[in-house]
Design a protein around this ligand. Structure first.
Ligand code: BDR
Ligand code: CA
Length: 313
């Protein structure tokens, strides 16, 4: 397997944090060119801070972390402290990071990286609202054709919504940005709630993280404990979905996931269904396919991979 160059665009978030750790633990498969923070789960000042905390936790203060957009393209920011806590990484006690934030804007980093690297060699991995990616595409349309693939967490079809009855959080926060990305013409792979709600943590998984006997294992277990409480109460499930690590797991083990290459459009007009991912799963329209929309995951394989990789850190 060739090593994929990736840019992680993220709004940490406990599940974003686990995704970043998984990527940094997997150098045989992915090379992290940089991490761009975006406003989402919590405001930008916290997401860029949290991204640096996670890099330091992984022993990688050399990773370049950039602050990107602090608000959606044309709407007021909606955040998710009710899920992730006040800091976005509530759970364990964490010190402020000491590694620097890069001076360059996250959007400019994305543009420059895509212009510098060979065409078709950089995969974008958005784990939050798509504001940074859409802004980069609008500011520098020449970079779009250079993108190898966009593998993102967002949307839902059978699960419909989590922040509203009709929409998943990442797409709901900035539907106009999502519409730009889904319309960009490059290969897109989507990890919707339909997949992530099949990758639920269990008590043995969390114990497995703790049993690593490492700081990373302890932190991931504590984050999971915190993160789970919301979903357990809401869904009555035994655990919580680890949404964002599905994106990185796909890059490492695509065989764990299955889905359909279909048309996916984003609702931007309706207040009622704002941010809905209108996925033509049953192929009832003639609209051209623009995304591989995943529908299933081998959850045991996913957690085995996650545990094996996190234990390396
Ligand atoms: C998505 O929203 C955020 O709360 C999570 O980090 C994930 O990216 C799930 O809807
Ligand atoms: Ca996220």
């Amino acid at each position: 397997m060739t090593v994929r160059k990736i840019i992680i665009d993220t709004d940490p978030g406990q599940d974003d944090a686990v995704a970043i750790l998984l990527a940094l633990a997997s150098p045989e498969e992915v090379e992290v060119l940089g991490i761009t923070a975006v406003a989402g789960n919590v405001p930008l000042a916290l997401t860029e801070r949290n991204a640096r905390i996670v890099c330091e936790l992984a022993g990688r203060p050399d990773i370049k972390v950039f602050a990107g957009c602090d608000a959606p393209l044309g709407r007021k920011l909606v955040t998710a402290e009710h899920v992730h806590g006040k800091t976005g990484l509530d759970g364990p006690q964490m010190d402020d990071p000491t590694m620097p934030l890069q001076a360059e804007h996250g959007v400019d980093f994305i543009i420059n990286a895509l212009r510098t690297e060979a065409p078709n060699t950089v995969t974008l991995c958005p784990l939050g609202p798509l504001t940074n990616i859409a802004t980069a595409f609008q500011k520098a349309p020449d970079i779009i054709e250079k993108v190898q693939e966009i593998v993102l967490m967002g949307g839902a079809y059978f699960e419909v919504g989590n922040i509203t009855p009709a929409a998943e959080f990442n797409i709901f926060v900035d539907p106009e940005a999502a519409a730009v990305v889904f319309g960009c013409g490059r290969p897109i792979t989507v990890m919707p709630l339909d997949v992530t709600h099949k990758a639920l943590t269990t008590a043995p998984h969390v114990q497995g993280f703790r049993d690593m006997g490492t700081k990373v294992g302890e932190m991931v277990a504590a984050w999971t404990d915190f993160f789970e409480r919301f979903d357990k109460e809401k869904y009555g499930s035994a655990g919580a979905p680890l949404h964002d690590p599905c994106v990185i797991a796909y890059l490492i083990r695509p065989d764990l996931f299955s889905g359909r290459h279909i048309n996916v459009e984003i609702e931007t007009q309706s207040d009622l269904t704002r941010g809905m991912t209108v996925a033509d799963w049953w192929r009832v329209t003639k609209r051209a396919p623009n995304a591989t929309f995943m529908g299933d995951v081998d959850a045991d394989g996913f957690f085995a991979l996650l545990t094996e990789r996190l234990a390396r850190l």
